[in-house]
Design a protein around this ligand. Structure first.
Ligand code: NAD
Ligand code: ZN
Ligand code: ZN
Length: 337
């Protein structure tokens, strides 16, 4: 089968022919129709984080397609089912996190396109218990970005505990952020969009953002405090330490700062302001299978629509370059058909 493989950190992806995997017990083989390109895939190829991916690696954790083969013992899926393979490739099912609906925190989890091969390929193996079905009225291309970007920001907004009618700031209007604006509006919140590219702020406004600010022109935190007295929650998806520092400062007392983006640096957290302001500082990592079902359902109801540019597997190195330079509006989805 055709796949994009990286052999060393910072290396280019090579499009090559690799053996088609076989579904073992409890697994399914999925014929991939589309796969979104997440900034996490770039972090993986660069080896940015303390925990390193396998090498050689086939990246990709927004893969969607059709179940082609069932491994031994798989009874709840059928050949032909339309499914996606999220970042949470599998979890143990018996730890305290799995038992309390927080499988995204399972210490024994596997991650697609990181600890196991992902969906930048014609076929991908999956754990039958962790694939999630795609609603009938969503096509593959539009469903793909919801399997990471969509579920991640939907969950982060839940974690923020912002209520309908309250203000949230979305820092970074990229693949994740442009969906965050839409989920926040669908959840009844008022939205301030923050990005260093004016085109992305225009996109955010066209998707319903109530206010937008470019930190290259204004101190975004000061601007937000002046306009609306600070936000009830900030969700930071930007791959930039200064964005995290500003997101933190944009929050009003009693509010939440939700950390989602994964730049390798630390952020500045003033202890005094955090204590006196009763600030809730919280990390949020993807979501559970149930969160993903909910995120997909909102899209199936027409409330969320990813802005997508389709490319082909052969374009992947260019797509990575564009992602690094920040020039992509919305999400790139690789059309594998
Ligand atoms: P992306 O490149 O599509 O978007 C990042 C956006 O941040 C871009 O629009 C960029 O212009 C903007 N930006 C850069 N500097 C900024 C600044 N100073 N202020 C405001 N905006 C700024 O990336 P993406 O695919 O949306 O992923 C974003 C990050 O989220 C990555 O680090 C990725 O690894 C991480 N991520 C985390 C989770 C999770 O579960 N926590 C899930 C998926 C991705
Ligand atoms: Zn991702
Ligand atoms: Zn577990």
């Amino acid at each position: 089968m055709k796949a994009a493989v990286v052999h060393e950190f910072h290396g280019n992806l090579e499009i090559k022919d690799v053996p088609k995997p076989e579904a073992g017990p409890g697994q399914v083989l999925v014929h991939i129709e589309a796969c979104g390109v997440c900034h996490t895939d770039l972090h993986a190829v660069h080896g940015d984080w303390p925990v390193k991916p396998i090498m050689p690696l086939i990246p990709g954790h927004e893969g969607v397609g059709v179940v082609e083969r069932l491994g031994e013992g798989v009874t709840h899926l059928r050949v032909g089912d339309r499914v996606g393979i999220p970042w949470l490739y599998s979890a143990c099912g018996y730890c305290e996190y799995c038992l309390t609906g927080r499988e995204n925190l399972c210490p024994n989890q596997q991650n697609a396109g990181y600890s196991v091969n992902g969906s930048y390929a014609e076929y991908c193996l999956a754990d039958a218990d962790y694939v999630v079905k795609i609603p009938d009225n969503l096509d593959f291309i539009e469903a793909a970005p919801l399997f990471c970007a969509g579920v991640t920001v939907y969950k982060a907004l839940k974690v923020s505990e912002a209520k309908p009618g309250q203000w949230v700031a979305i820092y970074g209007i990229g693949g994740l952020g442009h969906l965050a604006v839409q989920y926040a509006k669908a959840m009844g919140m008022n939205v301030v969009a923050v990005d260093t590219f004016d085109e992305k702020l225009d996109l955010a406004k066209s998707l319903g953002a109530d206010l937008a600010v470019n930190p290259k022109q204004e101190d975004s935190a000061e601007w937000i405090k002046q306009k609306i007295g600070g936000v009830h929650a900030a969700v930071c998806t930007a791959v930039s330490k200064p964005a995290f520092d500003q997101a933190y400062r944009s929050i009003r007392r009693g509010g939440s700062c939700v950390l989602v983006g994964l730049p390798p640096e630390s952020m500045d957290v003033p202890i005094f302001d955090t204590v006196l302001g009763g600030i809730n500082l919280v990390g949020s990592i993807v979501g559970s299978r149930r969160d993903l079902q909910e995120a997909l359902q909102l899209a199936a109801e027409g409330k969320i629509k990813a802005i997508i540019e389709t490319k082909h597997l052969d374009d992947i190195n260019e797509v990575f370059r564009d992602l690094e330079e920040g020039t992509i509006n919305g999400r790139v989805v690789l059309d594998m058909r």
